[in-house]
Design a protein around this ligand. Structure first.
Ligand SMILES: Cc1ncc(COP(=O)(O)O)c(C=O)c1O
Ligand SMILES: N[C@@H](CCCC[NH3+])C(=O)O
Length: 384
């Protein structure tokens, strides 16, 4: 059965806009908390997936920490009420002002991606008379087999420190006077739907912990990043991702040491399914071989299809259930040939003024919107 949107309300709001099902977000967060209860696990929300203040408030309320990648994200998470004692900050190119902002707020941990960054954080912490808490981001060289633009954990990617250079980096971190090394950080990629890459990650972590144990180096935490994928094809069948399978993988395969905590940084799996981009049909036009549905939303509102050839389920939510169907390319109004949401989409016969839903758009939708073609940013609305 098709998800029921509040159509009468939608008719009154200017399009395009993001609509968030807050009940689903709450259910998703409850499920995460249920799965980690009783385990030494800390879950951080990767705010890059969605920084909408209303969404953030709900996540704060559910007690999660936050995973950051910029000074702007530090500011947004402070404004939303996240506890700095639960803030972790990754990124290959942290600038001085961003590091200083993190230091001023005594964030829980900088996930450091290079030896030069270790040196800079040490120097900036020293100048403030502080100790910076750090974890070293390891590039585990695991291919998560997702789209090549969203793999992060292979040796060719810019992220983290290669395993063969790790011992030297750890040694350096332990010697720098204004750093406290909390542990190791990993992240293998995004939209991962098979558990195999996570099992491989656990095996890699186990091997490294054995190695450091032998050298009498012990870590208080391991951070395995995020990456759990969602069901883009059938969002109504799997509105809440399979967190049980995900956390069980780590419970079964990762050999945590005594008093060691396991950190996670989940983005997409928390917010993707609760968000939908709602657009209005401006025109339906026929060319020689194609019929086009032209929406008032484009790649500026949701860039994932143009950037990663991603597909979001497209639904005409105005059409009556028994309407005859036709086949269309669904496109936006932007002056780019890649501004296409779907080709050969079977939809009910569609007319100017109909409302169209682009599903599973809660993650990397609103946060990646741009003003290209001098368009305004999309607005947002929330379920009651
Ligand atoms: C370091 C780090 N942590 C967490 C995430 C969140 O990933 P996801 O949204 O796939 O859970 C990302 C993005 O891929 C990341 O780069
Ligand atoms: N923005 C990407 C994922 C990248 C995640 C950040 N490393 C997406 O929409 O799928």
């Amino acid at each position: 059965m098709m998800y029921r949107f509040p159509l009468e309300e939608f008719k009154q709001w200017p399009t395009p806009f993001y609509y968030y099902d807050m009940g689903l977000l709450s259910k998703t967060l409850n499920e995460i908390n249920r799965q980690v209860k009783g385990y030494p696990y800390d879950v951080h929300y990767a705010i890059k997936a969605n920084g909408n203040p209303v969404i953030l408030k709900e996540i704060v309320k559910n007690g999660l920490g936050v995973d950051l990648v910029s000074g702007g994200e530090i500011k947004a998470s402070l404004a939303a009420g996240f506890d700095p004692g639960k803030m972790v900050y990754s990124g290959v190119g942290k600038t001085d002002w961003e590091i200083n902002l993190g230091l001023d707020h005594d964030i829980f941990c900088f996930n450091v991606e290079s030896v030069p960054e270790l040196e800079v954080i040490n120097e900036l912490a020293g100048r403030r008379g502080k100790t910076a808490h750090v974890a070293i981001r390891v590039n585990p060289d695991i291919d998560a087999h997702t789209h090549r633009y969203i793999t992060t954990g292979t040796a060719e990617d810019k992220f983290g420190i290669n395993i063969e250079m790790l011992a030297t980096a750890v040694d350096r971190a332990l010697k720098l006077p204004h750093l406290h090394l909390r542990g190791l950080h990993f992240h293998v990629g995004s939209q991962i739907t098979q558990m195999k890459p996570f099992v491989m990650l656990c095996e890699s972590v186990n091997g490294l912990l054995d190695y450091f144990d032998r050298h009498d180096i012990h870590f208080e935490l391991i951070n395995v990043g995020g990456g759990l994928g969602i069901d883009y094809d059938t969002p109504d069948i799997n509105p809440v991702p399979d967190f049980q399978h995900f956390f069980d993988t780590f419970k079964r395969h990762l050999r945590l040491r005594r008093n060691q905590r396991l950190h996670f940084e989940l983005g997409r799996s928390i917010v993707a399914q609760c968000g939908t981009l709602i657009a209005r049909v401006i025109y339906v036009k026929e060319n020689r071989n194609k019929k086009f549905v032209i929406l008032d939303a484009g790649m500026t509102d949701l860039i994932r299809p143009a950037l990663y050839q991603a597909h979001h389920v497209i639904q005409n939510i105005s059409a009556a259930v028994d309407t005859a169907s036709d086949v269309y390319d669904v496109v936006g109004p932007i002056c780019e040939s890649s501004d296409v949401f779907g080709t050969d989409e079977k939809l009910p016969v569609t007319r100017r003024g109909d409302l169209v839903a682009l599903r599973s758009a809660g993650a990397y939708g609103e946060t990646m919107a741009s003003c290209y073609n001098m368009r305004p940013l999309p607005k947002s609305h929330f379920s009651r």
